[in-house]
Every structure is written in structure tokens, then in C-alpha cells.
Design a protein around this ligand. Structure first.
Ligand code: NAI
Length: 417
């Protein structure tokens, strides 16, 4: 068997999780049904580096239903669900990931997944892209294109594009409206709090929640924090976005000031060193820190470790750091994406939309075989509209259509002579 997973005996538990997610992903179900007949990926190989959990398994099986040979690996060692990986392997898929592996093994798994010499890749954060632009450039010859899932990955690909170093076309799944308006906002909003509440067993109401970064994810998290009864403080670097937060009724301040005021800190910036030494020194006893941005660089844990006189696990997925003055600072999920590393990630209905985009995005890349330029491409509007229409249909909702006269009215402007 061409896989590296923790334990194949976990397969039945993983299969149960996959089946539950599948029941709640009607859009992807419909696409899989069509793929089964159409076989858009016949003869094609797809490598996906993505959080390996139940919803992802549904995407991987949808691609396989379309005739693809799929190799799956993680995009974060702490988000891998070993039972789900086992269920996929039991079903005959090549899977390379184990929960909690070190950085070296994580990279080996990426390389193993690439060893099928993919025609299409799905990347979540750009780690496959880093290898394909580094020591595995040889693999870009057969590559038709990539579908990138998240803000941070697109950011990295746009940097390569700007420097004329991008070696293959990249479809920005993240910038599709059906992705960031729902996944980043409502998905992150809900799943971050599900994770914080389950991990800490503490109440959100009455606490001061500091949300660092008021982008699509931050907006969702701030909205849910407010709904749960928290006092919300937003930190930002972009003046316009900071104004938006202000108009939403949140307090806006620098992290230096927020550090002393917050009870719970959540970073979602895609930037690094958002919470550092100076901030740790000002925090209250018992402050809880977590990150939901893609990489574990937003909270500077090296500095926190260096400052502390004692560290230790206080509960599953919580490490306590004792400061020289006795204050405790608690970090959830080692500063990695808290909703995935210490939770089950986004709700299935949200990933139904994101992964419908991924599946249709891969089909788009396959159909365009070789004709797309090596740059970052926006998701075609028709795919976005198709996913939203399929979702509305699955929920039994109808919407109005423009009449021909309305269509003419909004799309034409006839000037008097
Ligand atoms: P975005 O680009 O919409 O928002 C980021 C915001 O952070 C911007 O408004 C920016 O001005 C602000 N910012 C940047 N540096 C900052 C700093 N040092 N201090 C304060 N604010 C700062 O990005 P989006 O879509 O909200 O994604 C944020 C991160 O979350 C990315 O790393 C993305 O990949 C990740 N992500 C995580 C998900 C999850 O499940 N946890 C889901 C989707 C995205």
C-alpha cells in the first residue's frame, strides 16, 4: 500500500465521520454524481495538500469519482485526523499524513504525495507550491495548474507572479465569493469559538475578546464573539478596515493597548509577530491566546518561552506559561490554527461550498489543459454562481430572476441626443 498513516485500524471510526460530513454536503454530492458519469479527470493525477479531515475526504472521493488518481497529504501536522486518513487508505487512496509529525516528516509527506507526478494540485497555504518552485521544479512540466484554497497561499503565489517566478497557473479558490464570504467569515467565525469553548470549557460572555486582523476571517470571529456576549476589541494595520470595525461597534486599538485589556486573544492576520514579548509583559494573569491564521507565526512563542520561568500542559491542547511575576499565559493548540488543530474545522455545510469550488475548479483546470497562463487566475464567475445556485436548490430556496426589461434597464443607458 502506497501510504504513510498512523493506524489503518482507525478506519471504521474515520468512515463514520466521513459519512456524517457527506450527508451534510449536498452540493458536493451532486457534483460527485455528475463526475461519476462525466469522468472529467480520466487519466489525470491530482495531489492535494489540505487539512486531512472528514470534509476533505469527501472532496478527495469526489475527485476520485471523476476518474482522478488522487494522492492526499496534510497542510498542517496538527490538523490531520488519523482515523479519516485510515478510512481513505482503506478505500484505496494514497494518503501521506500523520497527526503531529515533525517538520521534516511533514515535508517528506508532501514529497511523497507529489511522487505521483500530478497534473493538478490542490494547495492550502502554498506548501506544495514551495516545493514545486524549489527542489521539485522538475514536476512542473506535467502540471496543468493548481487550485489554492486560502488567503495566505494566494498571497504567496501573487508574490511569485509579481516577481515573474510563478511556474504554473493558479486558480484562486479563496477569492471566489462562495469561498471567502462564507468559509472565511461564517466558517472561521463559528469553528474558532467551537474550538475555544471545547478546549477551555470557559465562558465567552463577559470577556474581552481581542481579534487581531479584521479581514474576512476576523469579521466572522468578531461577529460571533459579540453574539456570545463578549466585549470585542479589534486590532488592525489597515486604516479603512479599522474604520469598518469601528462602524460595526467594536473597540479599535493597538495591540499594545489591547494586550492589557484582553482576556482572550485570537490572531487572524496572515502576518507574523502580531503578539510579541512587549505584549506578553502587559497581559493579565490567565490571558488565553490562540491563532486562526494559516501559519503558526502570529504569536511569537519563542519569545513567550524565553520570558517564562515554567511551562507545562494544563489541559489537552493548552500549554501554560508562567511569567517571572507569577502571571500565567495560556496558549491553545501550540499557536496553530485553533479551529483545526483543536477542533473539527469548519462546519460541513460551509466546506460543501468551498470544496464544490475546488472540485469545479479542478475540472476547469483540466478542461483548459495547457491553455492557462502561468499567473493567478480569478475563479470564473459562472462557477461561483453555479455553486451558489446549487446550494440554494439543495436548501429548497428560490430567488427572483431579472425580467428581460429589468435586465435591459440595469445593463443599458440610453442617452438622449
Ligand atoms: P484578509 O487579508 O481578508 O485579512 C487579514 C487582515 O489582517 C487584513 O485586514 C490586514 O489589514 C490585517 N493585518 C495584517 N497584518 C496585521 C497585523 N500585524 N496586525 C493587525 N492586523 C493585521 O485575510 P483572511 O481571509 O481574513 O485570512 C486571514 C488568515 O486566516 C490567513 O492566514 C488565511 O489563510 C487564514 N484562514 C484561516 C482559516 C481557518 O480556518 N482558520 C480559514 C480561512 C483563512
Amino acid at each position: 500500500m502506497n501510504s504513510d498513516i498512523a493506524d489503518i485500524r482507525l478506519a471504521p471510526a474515520g468512515e463514520q465521520k466521513i459519512q456524517w460530513a457527506w450527508r451534510n454536503m449536498p452540493v458536493l454530492q451532486g457534483i460527485a454524481e455528475e463526475f461519476r458519469k462525466e469522468k472529467p479527470f480520466a487519466g489525470l493525477r491530482i495531489t492535494a495538500s489540505i487539512h486531512v479531515e472528514a470534509k476533505t475526504a469527501c472532496l478527495a472521493r469526489t475527485l476520485a469519482a471523476g476518474g482522478a488518481q488522487v494522492a492526499l497529504t496534510g497542510c498542517n501536522p496538527l490538523s490531520t485526523k488519523d482515523d479519516v486518513a485510515a478510512a481513505l487508505v482503506a478505500g484505496g487512496m494514497d494518503v501521506f499524513c500523520r497527526h503531529g509529525v515533525d517538520a521534516q516528516t511533514y515535508t517528506t509527506h508532501l514529497e511523497q504525495a507529489l511522487s505521483i507526478r500530478p497534473h493538478i494540485i490542490i494547495d492550502d497555504g502554498g506548501d506544495l507550491g514551495a516545493l514545486l518552485h524549489g527542489r521539485r521544479r522538475d514536476l512542473t512540466k506535467d502540471l496543468l495548474g493548481a487550485c489554492e484554497e486560502t488567503t495566505t497561499g494566494i498571497h504567496r503565489m501573487r508574490i511569485l507572479e509579481k516577481e515573474n517566478r510563478l511556474l504554473y497557473p493558479v486558480l484562486s479558490i479563496n477569492d471566489a465569493r462562495c469561498k471567502h464570504l462564507f468559509d472565511n467569515r461564517y466558517g472561521t467565525g463559528q469553528s474558532v469559538f467551537t474550538a475555544i469553548m471545547a478546549t477551555t470549557n470557559l465562558i465567552i460572555a463577559g470577556k474581552a475578546v481581542v481579534v487581531a486582523g479584521f479581514g474576512m476571517c476576523g469579521k466572522g470571529v468578531a461577529m460571533r464573539a459579540k453574539g456570545l456576549g463578549a466585549r470585542v476589541i479589534v486590532t488592525e494595520t489597515d486604516p479603512v478596515t479599522a474604520c469598518e470595525a469601528l462602524m460595526e461597534g467594536y473597540e479599535v486599538m493597538t495591540m499594545s493597548n489591547a494586550a492589557a485589556a484582553g482576556d482572550i486573544f485570537i490572531t487572524l492576520t496572515g502576518c507574523k509577530d502580531v503578539i510579541t514579548e512587549d505584549h506578553f509583559k502587559r497581559m493579565k494573569d490567565g490571558a488565553i491566546l490562540c491563532n486562526a491564521g494559516h501559519f503558526d507565526v502570529e504569536i511569537n512563542l519563542n519569545q513567550l518561552r524565553a520570558l517564562s520561568v515554567e511551562t507545562g500542559k494544563v489541559r489537552d491542547n493548552i500549554i501554560g506559561y508562567r511569567m517571572p511575576d507569577g502571571r500565567m499565559i495560556y496558549v491553545l493548540a501550540e499557536g496553530r490554527l485553533v479551529n483545526l488543530a483543536s477542533g473539527d474545522g469548519h462546519p460541513a455545510e460551509i466546506m460543501d461550498m468551498s470544496f464544490a469550488l475546488q472540485a469545479l475548479g479542478c475540472r476547469y483546470v483540466a478542461r483548459k489543459a495547457g491553455s492557462l497562463e502561468s499567473r493567478v487566475h480569478d475563479m470564473p464567475t459562472e462557477i461561483d454562481t453555479e455553486v451558489a445556485s446549487r446550494l440554494l436548490a439543495a436548501r429548497g430556496r428560490q430567488i427572483d430572476r431579472l425580467t428581460p426589461a429589468q435586465d435591459h434597464y440595469v445593463n443599458h443607458w440610453e442617452l438622449d441626443d
